[in-house]
Ligand binder design. Sequence first.
Ligand code: CUA
Length: 326
Amino acid sequence: MSLPTSSASSLAEALSGWPPPVLDPHGPFSNSVTTLAWVLFGLMTLIFIAVCAALWVAIYGSDTLRAKLGGERVVKWFGLIIPAGVLLLLLVWSLMLVRGLTTIQGDELRMRVSGNVYWWRVSYLDAAGREVHADANELHIPVGRPVVVEMVSEDVIHSFWVPKLGGKMDMIPGRTNRLKLQADKAGSYGGQCAEFCGGAHALMGFVVVAHEPADWQRWMDSRLKPVAAADLTVEALRGRQLFNEVGCAACHRVAGTEAQGISGPDLTHVGSRLSLGAGILPNTRATLIGWIGDSQSIKPNNRMPAYRSLKAEELNALGSYMEALK
Ligand code: CUA
């Protein structure tokens, strides 16, 4: 099985440039949105040229030219009938397209993502809508199968957007929106919050990783086994102890341990994520330590306090523990 590894180059690959490219579809749902975007762009360009030409004739055209191209008939057709017809067609087409992006057939993989300032809570659901695996800031999906993502928000309005795999959908407190994603090819795809949600809104990214179906199933199975204490080094065990002592466990959950906080991202498998800080940093020992020690200077006003009082040895131990949570 080829699971993506944590390194700076895989983050760059994961995000394939920043911000995620918007007109490069890699799945059927993103394809239809991109086609609509190009048709709109083409039509608007034609109309812009036509309006400029009409303006030119009105200002500089000779009397004969104006008489030939002007008049009530032209206004009726080009000012009313044709625009109304074009807009109506576009409205019907986009409504049908949105239906395709949100209609649920029943055989899709189900996930729920909730927006938080400034990160994403991710849940893998069974057919009955119960959570089977909790994660954060990264979605793993099988290639070639549609995924329905239920979207909620725990604070303000966010917007979920993976331009290469699907449309864009707002996450509104008190409401559940749905959007379908699908990837045609295995790989990593960058996502971004697309609705201003506070000062660090631009730093609210995420990654979608598409696996071949068999690899995806193995990945899912591996998620249900938390790292055992017996597999930790002495340094990581020290980190595990500090994790509880300095208060990390109040907000974060690590399955299989006493850390069961839910207000921050689930860290059960944080060591195997491609990125840190919700899609903005490569996941390495150095960035883990930097984040724990002073996440406020990296992402101002995020809800995690900066732990500037921790000693280098303590930060190293915590980093080592986080790294071990594969
Ligand atoms: Cu969340 Cu912008």
